[in-house]
Design a protein. Structure first.
Length: 370
């Protein structure tokens, strides 16, 4: 499926706690000016009315009729059935709201709802990080190609998702990729998001600097302090992001043991990538011990930073050699390096979610026709 050349139109929604942003996508590109309406988060009837109003306004702007509605909506939710259960920032939808079926009845077209972290990764798999890395390998002449992508988003929370062989994997309970609730390495009684979020960076900075958390700068300011672009406690800034990277690295190590693919990092805090990537690499390329104290590699694969020149070069080169097929004169090129590449998102997070929503809808429609 080549979504870049597909002429079908899908309408989408970016559902935030303040505003709803409605778009139309064709060939992975926005084709109308986005429509922005207030979310009406405390009144279900008003909120549903805004959603219907927004989609209708977008449809009125289109030359071609849309084939589906596809968008991200905060969970927890039963995404395959379109039922929203308990989104923290949208109390009007608490208790179970059949949003997907409601929209299908209203607009008489298929409706697909997913988690924003899942759609972000799907967008990066379709037209972002995954094809970029595979093209680099191809250009080098490497026999290695990747078909799986694990992604995380760093911001108010710690989100995740995975794509396997061109398909978004959501799990039997719409709960795959929920990395936020994995164990926090630095505080084992706590969940990972407590160490991987805006509040985590501000909290660590405050603790190290010896100030109240309410006085802590924003993560953007902490990043600039860490890089020396702004005056402040640079040691606290660097350590705050290093601590976050350690927790991310442990989470990704566990995920990589099961998933085994490329890793892309997005979300607002990904702007501070240079300050936490080394901690991720140290964790993933570190060791783990047996009961007797013997050390083993933390993960089977070797992990590389694809944003750094040296790491990217080693990753691309791999360990390629010619091996002979026993009993014949035939040889084949074999890359023996088991490796994972980590890098920043190629697309803007919102753009990646829209592309993912578009591709997901087209993929599901095509399945229904076969």
């Amino acid at each position: 499926m080549n979504t870049f050349e597909d002429k079908r139109v899908v309408i989408t929604l970016d559902a935030g706690g303040t505003n709803f942003v409605f778009k139309a996508i064709q060939g992975n590109r926005e084709v109308v000016q986005p429509v922005v309406l207030p979310a009406e988060v405390n009144d279900l009837d008003k909120s549903l009315g805004r959603i219907v109003e927004g989609f209708r306004k977008v449809i009125d702007l289109l030359e071609d009729a849309p084939v589906a509605i596809s968008f991200a909506f905060p969970g927890p939710a039963d995404y395959p059935n379109g039922i929203i259960t308990q989104p923290p920032n949208l109390p009007a939808f608490h208790g179970g709201v059949a949003l997907g079926p409601f929209l299908e009845e209203t607009f008489k077209m298929p409706v697909f709802i997913n988690n924003d972290g899942d759609l972000f990764v799907y967008g990066e798999a379709i037209s972002g990080f995954l094809p970029k890395v595979n093209q680099m390998l191809k250009d080098f002449g490497s026999p290695k190609q990747f078909s799986k992508l694990f992604g995380i988003t760093l911001g108010t929370g710690f989100g995740g998702g995975m794509v396997m062989d061109g398909q978004l994997y959501v799990g039997d309970n719409s709960a795959s990729g929920e990395v936020w609730i994995t164990r926090n390495k630095r505080h084992p009684k706590c969940f990972a998001e407590e160490g991987v979020s805006i509040r985590a960076v501000r909290g660590s900075f405050a603790r190290i600097a010896g100030i109240d958390v309410d006085q802590a700068p924003t993560p953007k300011d902490i990043f600039e302090i860490g890089t020396g672009a702004q005056d402040g406690n640079q040691e606290a800034a660097l350590q705050a992001f290093a601590e976050m990277g350690e927790v991310i690295g442990d989470t990704l190590s566990n995920a990589s043991a099961l998933f085994d693919g490329l890793i892309v990092i997005g979300g607002g805090l990904s702007a501070a990538y240079p300050l936490f990537i080394q901690s991720i690499l140290d964790e993933m390329n570190g060791t783990i011990e047996t009961y007797s104290g013997d050390k083993l590699p933390r993960i089977i694969q070797q992990c590389f930073d694809l944003e750094g020149t040296d790491g990217c070069q080693q990753f691309i080169q791999g360990k390629v050699k010619e091996i002979q097929v026993p009993g014949t004169q035939k040889t084949l090129r074999y890359d023996s390096m088991k490796r994972i590449g980590v890098g920043r998102a190629v697309l803007d997070t919102s753009q990646a979610v829209s592309v993912g929503a578009y591709a997901f809808a087209l993929n599901e429609l095509d399945k229904r026709q076969t």
